[in-house]
Design a protein. Structure first.
Ligand code: ADP
Ligand code: ZN
Length: 288
């Protein structure tokens, strides 16, 4: 089966064609402009390609409640041109095929559970630490949606004892995203994140915040694998620091082998690499 996939990001859109084996046969990428321009390019790419299903992993917030009047919309986003944009409705006019719509991070969680780091597992967490922080979760084989969809980046965290930075979230200031997303690191230290040396204390502070998020999600969602992606996680030195902080913060309360013995295989980098977004969107089309 030929499957169409769209990774709808705030800075770029990636469209691709693949199959249920997780192979990508063709892909294109273009910057995110206004919906009129960008969605027209999407339609142009998929026209006459003969895809049988279309999966979309989108930046948010989005409406994924099928009973809602605004199902398939990007809703109140800071990217103003996209506020209340009916993405699914627009594409439906051109393609009479099933269209699947979810958050980019839910897609990534499902893609990793289908073909990647959490292959074969029914419970996993995917967190991205990039321009923002977002999370997707597979629980008992189903993606968590609920009232809206999880907004894991905005959980509240304890401040690091040496951190005087006020926080960057426009809503909460010092929530997890406000303290630990890429732009917060850069504003706190006055440097691009990739310019900070590996031994800089920024990374200890960063690991402390990310670990708090991971601990809270371990305690609430009970994932069998925790996958940490996004630009900031390219700093490999973060992984051992995060694992250590997670164990310390849990204080022996969770006594599973994953935590006590195999934490190096429990908290890991994504396996799907540059195709993670597209494969995630493709995976969305394979569950009903
Ligand atoms: P997005 O979140 O927009 O999809 P990314 O996941 O690539 O994109 O995140 C971009 C952010 O990640 C930037 O704000 C930057 O601070 C940070 N970043 C990107 N590359 C690196 C790197 N090599 N090391 C540390 N931080 C990085
Ligand atoms: Zn916030």
């Amino acid at each position: 089966m030929k499957i169409g996939a769209i990774e709808a990001g705030g800075t770029k859109f990636v469209c691709g064609i693949g199959n249920e084996k997780g192979e990508i046969l063709e892909r294109v990428s273009f910057p995110t402009e206004t919906p009129e321009i960008t969605l027209a390019k999407v339609v142009e790419f998929f026209q006459d390609k003969g895809v049988e299903r279309l999966g979309i992993g989108s930046f948010g917030p989005i409406d994924i409640n099928k009973n809602s009047k605004t199902y398939g919309y990007i809703t109140k986003t800071p990217k103003l041109a996209w506020t209340d944009c009916d993405v699914v409705g627009y594409l439906k006019k051109y393609f009479e095929i099933p269209i699947y719509f979810d958050t980019d991070v839910n897609g990534a969680a499902l893609g990793e559970a289908t073909w990647g780091a959490a292959k074969g597992l029914e419970n996993c967490l995917y967190l991205t630490i990039g321009t923002g922080i977002g999370g997707g979760a597979l629980v008992s084989g189903k993606l968590v949606h609920g009232m809206l969809h999880p907004e894991m980046g905005h959980i509240l965290v304890k401040r690091h004892s040496e951190d005087k930075y006020e926080g960057k979230c426009p809503f909460h200031k010092d929530c997890l995203e406000g303290m630990a997303a890429g732009p917060a690191i850069e504003e706190r230290w006055g440097k691009k994140a990739y310019e900070l040396p590996v031994e800089h204390k920024a990374w200890d502070m960063e690991a402390y915040y990310i670990a708090q998020g991971v601990v809270n999600f371990i305690l609430t969602l009970s994932p069998e694998k925790v996958i940490l992606g996004g630009g900031v996680m390219k700093q490999e030195q973060l992984f051992p620091k995060i694992r250590k902080n997670v164990v310390e913060l849990l204080k022996g309360y969770i006594q599973t082998e994953n935590i006590l013995k195999n934490i190096d295989e429990y908290i890991v980098y994504p396996k799907l690499g540059d195709n993670a977004g597209l494969l995630g969107a493709m995976a969305l089309t394979l569950v009903d």
